[in-house]
Design a protein around this ligand. Sequence first.
Ligand code: AMP
Length: 298
Amino acid sequence: MNLLELVDHPRAKGEATLLRDKDELRAALAPLRREGSSIGLVPTMGYLHEGHLSLLRAARAECDAVVMSLFVNPTQFGPGEDLERYPRDEERDLRLAAEAGADYVYAPPVAAVYPEGFATSVAVDGQLTGVLDGDPQRRGPEHFHGVTTVVAKLFNTVGPDVAYFGQKDAQQATVIRRMARDLDFPLRIEVLPIVREPDGLAMSSRNAYLDEEARRRAVALSAALRAAETVSRSKGLAAGIDAGRAELRSAGIEPEYLEARDPDDLSPVTELGDRPVLIAVAAEVGSARLIDNVLVEP
Ligand code: AMP
């Protein structure tokens, strides 16, 4: 699609079609697919921020049609997690999604995604879902099984040519890439950089939980990652991780983890070498569980 077509596109002028039924969505997309249009999918749980919008804009720039899914997926929340209080504002999301270029917003009810008798799970097993957030002491592999099951369903419903995810959820991106490869989903997965607040805090819908004091302290996560990267480059990875911990400690934050891992197989890494290294952090700050990461390039 050329630029003029893009500007003339009715959706670029701020409209998006809200669909709650998968058959209606399929029916809307079928003629596009027949005429050879490319379809981009941006899966979200809503309460949109600039991170989500960056994915939508990328999809808009690269694909003929853009679908954003808006679904707070209960199966990826553990007992005692924040499913009930997860922030929601569908009206605002619709407006922002349309402005960023979404043609369709697919927001199905929970009962339609998981009808009575639902019994199937798509699970990436092993290290990819058993470490970091997948550690049974933390969110556990079930969290990722919830993610891969719903994303597989979205891939089947939408049939995108390209699906867009954020590096913010680095482990999720790794797991989804593996699922798509293992199950031969015929699509390309794009993982886009983390969008941050001016002070460095990674944008997240969960930042809405932060009170003023917690918001001030939360900046320590990105500061810790920056310190970890800088010190790793001069004094080695172990010293870098120590520097990151010190940064967190100075903000009164005890992380769930601050670890260096291989971004593809999530195996532990102890030295910087000739491959990128993922340094990832998770911590409870105030009443929000936050995650962030940096990819240290060789
Ligand atoms: P969520 O609504 O939190 O499930 O996120 C939907 C998508 O947006 C996921 O692919 C996230 O990785 C991505 N995302 C969330 N926050 C950011 C951010 N700060 N920068 C870039 N992508 C993000």
